[in-house]
Design a protein around this ligand. Structure first.
Ligand SMILES: [Zn+2]
Length: 212
């Protein structure tokens, strides 16, 4: 069965014409909307026919004439307007589009999850490195003059140590939710502080070399 006959199975012209605003008398006659009709010349039931101007046809034809649509577009309009359970090509097109979007979204989510777990692994290494650098910097300071020991670089490193430990705790032992929050909100700060530790330890090494 094609969509035309399916639509016609669900709807009468009378039902549709009325719902699209045609006043139909009890005896099934109406003033024809397709010519200047003063006295009801149109008979409307399953189909319609105007005895004055001669137009007539089925519910799809009525809708097409009323809205200046093709027969196919009129059938689609009826399916939409009356919520008919009829599958049209246009709908399957929409369906295809919906499925395509869903698939894209699934791929996107998988990629984000991959990126997230890669980030967790890399960040654990990054932060461990930072802690090692801080520890190594501390060892470097043995026997160094006070101006090196009290340098701003080393103070900054010590200052950063607790937060680095805190992040490592989250990444190694925290809940998925805590890790995600760190990934979403703390990513930049983590990288920045790890980068700073590298910079500070380089500066400190330089000063140690100079003072030696
Ligand atoms: Zn007419």
């Amino acid at each position: 069965m094609n969509i035309f006959s399916e639509v016609k199975e669900h709807l009468t012209t009378r039902q549709v014409a009325e719902s699209y605003g045609l006043h139909i008398r009890r005896n099934g006659t109406a003033c024809c909307p397709f010519h200047d009709d003063r006295h009801p010349s149109m008979k409307v039931d399953q189909n319609y026919h105007c005895f004055a101007c001669g137009v007539g046809g089925d519910v799809i034809d009525y809708t097409a004439r009323m809205y200046g649509l093709s027969q196919y577009d009129a059938a689609k309009k009826l399916i939409e307007d009356f919520g008919l359970p009829i599958h049209t090509e246009a709908m399957s097109g929409e369906e295809k589009e919906r499925l395509r979007r869903e698939k894209e979204e699934r791929i996107r989510i998988i990629q984000i999850k991959k990126r997230f777990s890669r980030w967790c692994e890399e960040t654990i290494e990054l932060l461990k490195d930072a802690l090692i650098q801080i520890e190594y910097s501390g060892e470097l300071l043995y026997g160094k003059p006070p101006d090196v020991i009290f340098s701003k670089d080393y103070a900054m490193m010590l200052h950063a140590e607790p937060i680095i430990n805190y992040w490592l705790d989250i990444l190694c032992m925290g809940s998925e939710q805590e890790k995600k929050e760190l990934f979403m909100q703390g990513r930049k700060e983590v990288e920045q502080i790890a980068g700073n530790v590298r910079k500070w330890s380089r500066c400190l090494m330089e000063r140690c070399r100079e003072s030696a």
